[in-house]
Design a protein around this ligand. Sequence first.
Ligand code: ARG
Length: 579
Amino acid sequence: MIKENAQKLLNDAAKKAKIDGTFSVGFSALPKLCDFQCNSCFALAKKLGKAPFEIAEEIVKNIGKNEDFVFSVAKPAFINISLTQNGQKKLALEVEKQGKEKQEKKQTIFIDYGGPNIGKAMHIGHMRSFNIGEAFKRLYKKLGYKVISDIFLGDWGMPMGLIMALLEKENRLDDFLSGKEKVTIEVMNYAYPKASRIKEEDETFKKRAEELTLAFQRKQQPYFDFWKELRRVSVEEIKKVCKGINVDFDLWNGESNASEYIETVINIFKDKGLAYISEGALVVDVAEEGEQIPIPKKSENEPQRYENPMPPLMIQKSNGGELYATSDIATIYYRNKFYHPDIIHYFTDARQSQRFTQIFRACKKAGISPIDQLLWHTGFGTLNGKDGKALKTRNGGNVALSDLLEMLYEKAGQKLEQNGTQYDDDLKRMIGNAALKFADLSNTVEKDYIFDLDRFTSFEGKTGPYIQYTACRIKSILAKAGKFENRFDFYTDEQKDVLISLSKLEESYDQAFIEKSLSGICSTLYDLAKNFSSFYNSEHILSEEDEKKKQTKLSLSKLTLDAISRACEVLAIELPDKM
Ligand code: ARG
């Protein structure tokens, strides 16, 4: 690789000059000055007992003949490296090749995201998990991992019991059980919110909902079949929403699939002597050494307190009921039994972070997760309103995902209107999705961010629609150009800037894997789009008279479009043909 070639030349020169040290090369921090740079001389100065500038000069003096780079020393002791035209051509071919190749890896990554609860309307929290999880899934695939994705539905808890209890209260349950009335998403959307309101005031109703929950959990008929029907209808609806935002899963499992393994995992903890009864519930200690720092007691009968210890994890309630944490543990158990993943990666709201730490530790202690298996949790921040507080509806509830999408699509429609572009629902959807996804993925995952509809949907600036707009522009150039010969003879700084950002984009995928963050991909993608626009604005492409120059410009445009397409494939952003 080109960058590594420059590095090798430096290290060969060091050997020749008998300088004992390794030199590394990165992209230039000042692209106007050079393309790559080496900062290694500073750190080596002390060790070698020489001034950093002197080291840099000696190295550069000893660089062998090469036709790809020009090396120079800049104060205080940087080695600046610029690509020659030959080097630029090589880099372009390298980028072209990188885009085509994929190195298959042996590891399997199991990824768990989305996690909507059936029977309840989805909200913004699910949206963030969908967006981030989906992009990671695609990134892992691009990097050559085997990937299995699971939506992990909340399908085994109280909401279904509440729906049943409400229908029963309204004397409609029998009609549903007998099939006289059909379950629809409207029925569920009506019943769940009403039932959860009644539950708050009516203890008998709440008890009945719990009974009905237990009934389907114990596979008691006709409740179990009715639960299945509720689940089926709900999943159908979730699938529709997912399709609209380019999200898909290999497995549509959920808490219910874990239920048959709950007893097994509880027994593992018991058999290994890891579980004990505390206040009637079964718990497992998950604090690690050093965390259990005792706080000195002020009086003899005060209970012992600890500083920041990880609280024990409850795995069974005092009434024997199933717990959310235990179903996650049982899920890890059966995922390992059937799929043997090397890594399991979860995406949820950051407020679940401690819970996942507890679950992971418990699984490691009990050997439910093999020692060498990696368990990762990415906790994301909340989507805030302009007041800096979590985005809520007027009456303080979570904003429904469908309302959020509706707002985005409508705004996207207005922008298209302003541009005088003819559009349909699908185009609005593509742009609205891109606006949200790009904003969602550009931000540091764990940070909260502010939902700014106008800014997100803008066709200018660091936004999804701007990326789409750039791609549209290139598509139209290429369509008008027709067939052309591939050529990479660059002449201008604008062209080279595009080339360098292309190379950076190719590198950003591995970096995203290391950092477990997609924001680097987004910003490099944005730089690429911006640099392409400068190139487009300062040079004539289609009307270029010199045939060879025109070929280069078109080849560079094609390279850019392909790179944008690949990046958008990872981010799950669609590229329309016009906007
Ligand atoms: N159903 C949960 C919720 O709505 C999210 C599930 C997260 N994934 C998991 N494996 N626990 O909060």
